[in-house]
Design a protein around this ligand. Structure first.
Ligand code: MG
Length: 166
């Protein structure tokens, strides 16, 4: 039978703000691969909230290296936020495929066991991160889905999360 364990995140948090970054540090994590849309900000937002800027600066101040990894079909959007946050980024990542993860891992310059990946999509961020051998953290998506196929994807995620008892 198909093993759902491949989708299991190491941690599951309500929001990115609820992640205990000091605990990550104690686990030996030094780098963060960060999803953008619905993890850091709503996918329909086009301006950077100062609260998000300060939040990211706080993570940097703790000594973490960060890299944005996004599937968004607009590289311009991803690059704009990366520039404003002074972060490197990998655009058109095609998560869960490994190519984007490998590029982000190279940018961070750390072994996968020293990297955490944070994202809101089980079948993209978490599956891809688990395959790349990084420490995966699932967060609940910011905002609700409008498009039918994304609603379907969220329903499928909920089905898996229930079976993983998360
Ligand atoms: Mg996302």
């Amino acid at each position: 039978m198909f093993d759902l364990e491949i989708f299991r995140p190491k941690e599951y948090r309500d929001t990115i703000r609820n992640i205990d970054f000091d605990a990550l540090k104690q686990k030996g994590i030094e780098g963060i691969i960060l999803d953008l849309d619905d993890t850091l900000l709503p996918r329909r937002d086009y301006t950077l909230n100062p609260l998000i800027y300060n939040f990211i600066e706080g993570i940097k101040d703790r000594g973490f290296k960060l890299c944005i990894l996004s599937n968004n079909f607009s590289p311009e959007r991803v690059e704009k936020f990366a520039r404003e946050l002074n972060l490197p980024c990998v655009t058109l990542a095609f998560k869960p495929l490994s190519g984007g993860y490998n590029r982000a891992i190279r940018i961070l310059g750390l072994p996968p066991r020293r990297i955490a990946a944070i994202g809101d999509q089980l079948f993209m961020d978490i599956w891809g991160g688990n395959r790349a051998g990084v420490y995966t953290i699932l967060v609940k998506p910011i905002g609700c889905e409008i498009k039918w196929y994304r609603k379907l994807m969220r329903a499928a995620e909920q089905w898996v999360l229930a079976r993983l008892e998360l």
